[in-house]
Ligand binder design. Sequence first.
Ligand SMILES: C[S@@+](CC[C@H](N)C(=O)[O-])C[C@H]1O[C@@H](n2cnc3c(N)ncnc32)[C@H](O)[C@@H]1O
Length: 220
Amino acid sequence: MDDPVQRHPTRAEQLDILATLVADAVPDGGAVLDLGCGVGYVAHLILKKREAISIVGVDRNADALRKAEENLASYSGEFSGITGDLENIAQCAIPAQPYQAIYTALTFHDLPDTAKQQVIGYAAANLTSGGFFLLYDRIRLTDTALFPLQQTIWSRIERVHGAAMRTADSYEGYIEDLGTDNRPASLADYLTWFPAAGLTPQVLHLHGNVALIGGAKGLV
Ligand SMILES: C[S@@+](CC[C@H](N)C(=O)[O-])C[C@H]1O[C@@H](n2cnc3c(N)ncnc32)[C@H](O)[C@@H]1O
């Protein structure tokens, strides 16, 4: 299955880390929740490594969920799709069961900050003790003085990977380009919101402005 998301050249390595963490930590028969699963690409990376688990995928796009079910049909591990809006996660018909791992990839920047915090709270409440939440997404750059360093990282990504990410000529241009629907949260916000929800946070991988953050339940 090809990666449906382009313009994220560091994603292959970062998603492989996410998939390895889930595949190694979840016991046989364990349940995993994918928030904003799209066409199932991340679930495919996990099921390719380990089939004896079940993954529930949530997305507001019913067509993407249908495609996910098609894409994942050949795995013996189970995938089931739930249509739902993460801006109102309490209303989503997510099966009520303890999850060993809950993850979300490149979806949080679509959510308002209040919804981000509610989803983190939902994850904390629905993980088994010792389970973990993995959040992979762009983070908001907050410092004008450091912006030239990010520009260098973007240039390097283009040179090394032969593909570019979104770039900007200035910090102000970056903020303007984000617009109103592209709402990455800062690393500082995540490192506040995780503990507030009862999750011990750790930055597991960071490449410029793209982060994989883990939150462990039961250790705060
Ligand atoms: C960039 S795609 C990433 C898909 C997948 N996680 C991946 O990494 O391949 C973002 C996904 O989040 C979903 N999404 C965005 N906002 C959502 C919301 N409020 N509720 C449910 N799904 C949402 C979109 O429909 C889309 O499938």
